[in-house]
Unconditional design. Structure first.
Length: 173
């Protein structure tokens, strides 16, 4: 995925729009013909997201700025291929947060962008936004927990103030 993203984004003016389309199209290509689209997506989600973020970083797109487009493109691609987007929100957001950390991005900022990208994708495909918000926030916090307790608190703070509905979810956790 990384090499595909690098190849497509080199020399492109609208990097983030192109990134979204490239990720979505590659996810659809990967999943088309899979016996169980959702299971195949679950098995490959981390590689898709991390590879996309690495590719975006290699062409100079800021890691955290790319997170929303990568998450949204991944989930839209899963939907376009016939997969259950709702079942993959948490894993996609978690992979994006971990991936942002791996490419040297600000995990706190990436968390907010990943959660918002997931919510936007679910809105576009007509899914359950309340459940998606809960799953996305939970995925971001769990991924932050793999880093440190301090990161968890920072992620909770930024999500509470930047994502509609996140504060309610965090209070229930």
């Amino acid at each position: 995925m990384k090499d595909t993203v690098v190849g497509v984004l080199k020399g492109v003016d609208e990097v983030y729009d192109t990134l979204f389309s490239t990720v979505r199209d590659n996810v659809v290509s990967l999943l088309e013909g899979a016996g169980d689209v959702t299971t195949t997506a679950v098995e490959n989600i981390r590689d898709i997201v991390v590879g996309s973020l690495q590719g975006a970083g290699d062409v100079g797109a800021a890691g955290t700025d790319a997170v929303s487009g990568v998450v949204k493109g991944t989930l839209k691609g899963i939907s376009d291929a016939g997969g259950d987007v709702g079942a993959l929100v948490k894993g996609t957001v978690s992979a994006a947060v971990v991936g942002a950390g791996e490419v040297g991005g600000d995990v706190t900022e990436a968390s907010a962008k990943a959660v918002q990208g997931a919510i936007d994708a679910v809105k576009e495909v007509g899914g359950d936004v309340v459940t998606a918000t809960t799953d996305a926030v939970t995925g971001a916090i769990e991924a932050a927990g793999e880093i440190s307790e301090e990161t968890v608190e920072s992620v909770k703070n930024v999500l509470s103030t930047s994502v509609d509905g996140a504060k309610d979810v965090i209070e229930k956790l």
